[in-house]
Design a protein around this ligand. Structure first.
Ligand code: NAP
Length: 416
């Protein structure tokens, strides 16, 4: 343990930082990539994900390329070692090295520290939470045609009710705010209410939409749906929808077409190469992804809707413990498992490491190392098809073979 007892990352001597200039990453052959193991099952799934990522890189590039992993700290491990939730050095390392990966972190319930995850996202201005959701053939799931779902969610990550502007019922702040609302703005808030504020800005919405449209163009996606509750929250979620359309129209007039224009001008058929921009009210969206999943390709949405729809979509394809995630800012990215720390399984080498393995795959794609990224998906699909899986899938699959977390990782490597 002694070798890890510094808050700053130990820089591998042969590693080089990833740089970012003119809107593009420049990735050396030995990029330094910081990792946070995470709490609970974090160390188990991180070992698995690292094994798979390293093997995929080696298989693709031999000794020409490798990732120089370097450990940084947050949450329980950081408290244990340094008596700090998130040391400054952790923020600095992610800023400096630009691309990092993390296991799940404990969120204390109730007062005190809010959430290490939210703090990392907000402090580093990782404004987009990106979750690709697709079915891995063979994974047990509750719908009849899971293969029809292949959606990427772009969730705004810094605004909305997650901004943390919230006051306890009966607190002086809540009373003061209620008095202000009544006296200055003519709105009555019931006595004894907790009050939260929901800020959604044009700036925050436009930069999210910009990232999403660029992603759609790069990845050949066909449509973007703005998911909102603008019929009720007109000046926050309604404005989000309007600003999303506005960005597409003023920045990408030749690459996008609205659903309205599609019917008014193109007989309802998308012109070749154009991305269709549409919007859906949040509650209808939940029905749509179940009833007509193949009509949705990308969803761009404020923070809270994004939280709900990401998990609902992942559940739809049986992938709540499998779905990967990324928190992206401008030239900065933090990849992460989307499930929690599952503390009851900590240290048992038991759980499914797929979420973090697939997050490592996203990381490789993000730095342009597409070949090892492809190998990882191939290996994972192969072992699920063979029904050699961890307990969570084994208990739902007839005739499956049970693997430990580490065995699962080795099996992915053997099948790449
Ligand atoms: P959780 O840790 O996701 O675990 C809930 C259940 O999901 C587990 O008991 C297990 O189900 C299943 N599960 C989760 N990960 C799995 C995996 N890799 N393989 C197989 N099954 C898995 O949710 P929680 O218990 O609500 O949260 C625990 C802590 O994690 C909390 O402190 C929470 O705040 C935190 N959290 C962190 C993040 C993050 O860092 N991004 C996200 C969510 C929650 P069975 O018991 O049925 O097997």
């Amino acid at each position: 343990m002694a070798e890890h007892l510094t808050k700053a990352p130990k820089i591998p001597p042969d590693g080089e930082p990833i740089e970012f200039a003119h809107g593009r990453l420049s990735v050396p052959d030995s990029p330094i990539i910081p990792f946070i193991e995470g709490d609970g099952i974090g160390p188990d799934i991180w070992r698995a994900a690292r094994l798979v990522a390293d093997a995929a890189v080696e298989k693709s590039y031999g000794s020409d390329r490798k990732i120089c992993w370097t450990q940084i700290y947050a949450s329980e491990r950081s408290i244990e070692l340094f008596d700090e939730w998130i040391p400054q050095e952790t923020f600095e390392a992610i800023r400096r090295f630009r691309v990092a990966i993390k296991g799940p972190l404990t969120t204390p319930v109730g007062g005190g520290f809010r959430s290490a995850n939210v703090t990392l996202r907000q402090t580093l201005d990782l404004y987009a939470c990106v979750r690709p959701v697709f079915w891995v053939p063979g994974v047990p799931c509750p719908v009849k045609s899971p293969e029809k779902l292949d959606v990427v969610v772009f969730r705004e990550n810094t605004e909305d009710v997650y901004a943390g502007i919230e006051f306890r019922a009966g607190s002086p702040e809540a009373r003061k705010l209620a008095a202000f609302l009544e006296e200055e703005l003519g709105h009555t808030v019931r006595e004894g209410s907790g009050i939260g504020i929901k800020p959604i800005s044009r700036f925050g919405t436009r930069r999210l939409m910009l990232m999403a449209v660029r992603y759609a163009l790069e990845q050949g996606r066909r449509s973007i749906t703005l998911m909102h509750k603008g019929n009720i929250m007109k000046y926050t979620e309604g404005a989000f929808k309007d600003w999303g359309y506005e960005l597409a129209a003023d920045q990408f007039p030749d690459d996008t077409v609205t659903e309205q224009q599609l019917y008014d001008q193109h007989d309802g058929k998308a012109p070749e190469g154009k991305i269709v921009i549409k919007d859906r009210i949040a509650d209808a969206m939940f029905q749509q992804v179940l009833l007509r999943p193949d009509e949705y390709d990308m969803i761009v949405t404020p923070n809270l809707n994004g939280d709900y729809i990401s998990d609902a979509l992942a559940a739809q394809v049986g992938g709540i413990g499998i779905a990967p995630g990324a928190n992206l800012g401008d030239g900065i990215a933090l990849f992460e498992a989307t499930h929690g720390t599952a503390p009851k399984y900590a240290g048992q080498d038991k759980v499914n490491p797929s979420s973090l393995i697939l997050s490592a795959r996203m990381l490789l794609d993000y730095i342009g190392w597409n070949e090892p990224a492809g190998l990882i998906l191939r290996g994972l699909k192969a072992i699920v098809a063979q029904k050699t899986v961890t307990y969570d899938l084994e208990r739902q699959m007839e005739g499956a073979t049970l693997l430990k977390c580490s065995q699962f990782a080795r099996a992915v490597v053997d099948n790449m």
